[in-house]
Ligand binder design. Sequence first.
Ligand SMILES: Cc1ncc(COP(=O)(O)O)c(C=O)c1O
Length: 390
Amino acid sequence: MPSALASLPERILLGPGPSNVHPRVMRALSAPVVGHLDPAFISVMEELKGLLRKVFCTKNEFAVPLSGTGSAGMEAALANVIEPADSVIVCINGVFGTRMKEIAERCGANVVTVEAPWGSSIDAGDVERALKATPGVKLVAFVHAETSTGVLQPVDDICRLAHEHGALILADAVTSLGGAPVLTDDWGLDIVYSGTQKCLSCPPGLAPVTFNERALDVIRRRKTKVQSWYLDATMLMRYWGEERVYHHTAPISMNYALCEALRLVLEEGLEARWKRHVRNHRALVAGIEAMGLSMAVNDAVRAPMLNAVVVPDGIDEKRVRRSMLDGMNVEIGAGLGPLAGKIWRIGLMGYSSKPENVLTCLSALNAALREQGKRCPNGLNAAIDAFQMD
Ligand SMILES: Cc1ncc(COP(=O)(O)O)c(C=O)c1O
């Protein structure tokens, strides 16, 4: 019987992740597998830590890829610092803030939420009110780029407020890392985690995380054991640090892939990469608006790598996505939760963020809408103008 693997298509991945993987990263996956304590692999681990520090813009000693997807990063970030009955503020303006709350509660935290409507950013004034109303908050957690809505959260005020109240600040940078500035040290972020399959353009499977000394101190002073054995940072440090004590078998090939993906990020240069994401985002928005469609998120807080487009009235949004996939090989994402059926999520992440994909996406969307009788003006020229004006 032919395997399902034999008929996997080459898609243009413009959804909320995974993004397309760079060919050099695919080649790295096929490098020889060695043991997880082999000196050759230890050299890869050391290289990875150095690369991660650069991409996270930090001098933190602890910057490692955890074995697991972005959700493992989220769980590790929360579980390592939270002890039962700790007060934690979780900012919620989409799916991933909601997930953080769920994990923090499972860790036994007393969770106070600061909420904003899906599609809006969190108001720092609300965070301040929650900090004032809740004595002894240990941690404030927020999502930097909320993939379910396409909002990029302004960070300065939230970070400052958390520290003024003696709390740690934790950022989910799953979607932002490698596509927009994540200035761990300059912003004073204590804990940051990410995933490999978004703007790093590596297959899903690892979760880069970094903890600063302040966060590590909190972990060292815990009275109770970290509730997750697998994600216990103190144990992971012994494998990733000088001791090289076996904890679990590292996913060797994925670590090669991430190493190559991070090298690609730094070869391009962080600033150049952030600019590329903004440039392609602006051209896509110009095209979408020229088609008479509208963006769901206010210009001031749009994430450049995740574009939320409002589904026009009378359109079967699922049929549009299916038609783009079947007809043009283009994957875009659906809305989630309260935004299900109301938006499409167009990702321009990492290797997928390129002008030809912007133009292909606009064409494919146009074609799919025409199938349902919606004849839009052509968005291509507006996108081309945006590229040329840049
Ligand atoms: C902002 C954000 N946080 C966390 C996650 C969870 O990551 P994963 O699905 O890789 O476990 C995602 C995944 O889309 C995400 O977009």
